[in-house]
Design a protein around this ligand. Structure first.
Ligand code: NAG
Ligand code: NAG
Length: 365
């Protein structure tokens, strides 16, 4: 009994220490200088219409520029305990309606449908004016007092995808059942659309952090994953699990799409604008050392928001403006010609017909 109590107390201390670490999210510690790694690095989402399929494969992304980020632990940013197998590569594009993300991370293939802590990935975007990267929005309220009023302005938008319920190459995220309930949950593939005010106050869209369904949320993401050891060419089904050679070396590929704008009215979705720059971050969870991860045990690409610029239809801009100026020259010539015709006709009429003026009062009315 006493021993059980000891163990319980010890785990409480461990949990508490972890919470303290969460609160220093991104700093190198009290004595060190603040971490600035990759702060403000800019990614560009170019206009790439009609070429990207959300199938968890990267072949259709070859024309898009890649951005490479070392993955350090999100809480300490300690490079000595960085993700051991390599960097995360991120590509972003848009087609004028949707924004697309490709994220690739090298790592041996681990898969167990019953073990939730397999590879997982998250994207985070600031929504409110005061949403900081530190502490996922940085609302100072505790989990018992945080709500849409007390944390107003600190909203961050989250995508979170855990692979264990998802078949490689299949599409997850947006689905009718969860949308009818008005939540951003994905009850089928764990590709959830969520939000947070701080690490202790986070939830699916359309739900409070304490689990109350408020509605008004949607899962607006679509996504898919593969590992280079899986072969999705002829379609995989659940019976094919684990889908590939376990522990095989290779790369995890995650692919996501979301409409640039959503119907969110609760400040739970970032709204992207073509021509604007937004904040963004990406994180990765992986069962390093073979054991399951805890939510706080993730790797991050930076210590503050990266910048994400949604590029206006760039490549075809010069030709369309050339066409534009040709059109205006033509319009000017046409206008001048019309003016000349009008003057001539007016002058002719004036010369030829001098019709007598008939005052209205003398008419029969
Ligand atoms: C939000 O939290 C604040 C502080 O705890 C509380 O005063 C307020 O009543 C709460 N608002 C709602 C809508 O729950
Ligand atoms: C929708 O809500 C109902 C009632 O709260 C719940 O029983 C059901 O599981 C939910 N469905 C999904 C797909 O979350």
């Amino acid at each position: 009994m006493a021993r059980h109590l000891q163990v319980a107390l010890l785990s409480l201390v461990v949990v508490f220490v972890h919470f303290l670490q969460v609160w220093s999210h991104g700093d190198t510690g009290d004595t060190g200088s603040p971490c600035m790694r990759n702060m403000g690095v800019k990614l560009q989402a170019f206009y790439v219409p009609g070429s990207i399929t959300i199938d968890g494969l990267d072949v259709d992304w070859s024309s898009v520029k890649r951005n490479s980020f070392a993955l350090n632990p999100a809480l300490t940013d300690d490079p000595d305990t960085a993700y051991p197998s390599g960097s995360m590569e991120i590509k972003v594009a848009h087609d004028g309606r949707d924004i697309f993300f490709l994220l690739q991370i090298p790592g041996a293939y681990k898969f167990d449908v019953n073990e939730k802590n397999m590879a997982a990935i998250s994207l985070m975007f600031p929504v409110g004016d005061d949403a900081t990267y530190h502490n996922m929005g940085g609302c100072p309220e505790a989990s018992t007092t945080c709500n849409a009023t007390s944390c107003f302005g600190h909203e961050v938008d989250l995508l979170h995808f855990e692979i264990n319920q998802a078949i490689p190459g299949r599409l997850y995220g947006e689905n009718i059942a969860d949308s009818l309930n008005g939540t951003g949950r994905d009850s089928f593939g764990k590709l959830n659309d969520g939000y947070a005010w701080n690490p202790h106050c986070r939830s699916y869209d359309g739900m409070t952090p304490t689990g109350v369904v408020t509605g008004g949320g949607q899962n607006n993401w679509r996504g898919s994953w593969t590992h280079s050891t899986t072969d999705t060419k002829y379609g995989l089904v659940a019976a094919d699990s684990p889908y590939g050679a376990l522990d095989g070396t290779g790369t995890y590929t995650f692919e996501f799409a979301r409409p640039l704008r959503t119907n969110d009215a609760l400040q739970q979705d970032v709204q992207f604008t073509i021509g604007s720059t937004h904040g963004m971050s990406a994180a990765f969870w992986y069962p390093v050392a073979g054991s399951a991860w805890m939510p706080y045990q993730h790797y991050s690409v930076s210590c503050d928001w990266l910048q994400l610029e949604i590029i206006t239809n760039g490549p075809s801009l010069p030709s369309s403006s050339k066409l534009g100026s040709a059109l205006s020259v033509f319009s000017l010539l046409f206008a001048l010609a019309s003016l000349a015709v009008a003057v001539t006709v007016g002058w002719r009429i004036r010369q030829s017909s001098r019709i007598a003026f008939n005052p209205i009062s003398s008419s029969s009315l």
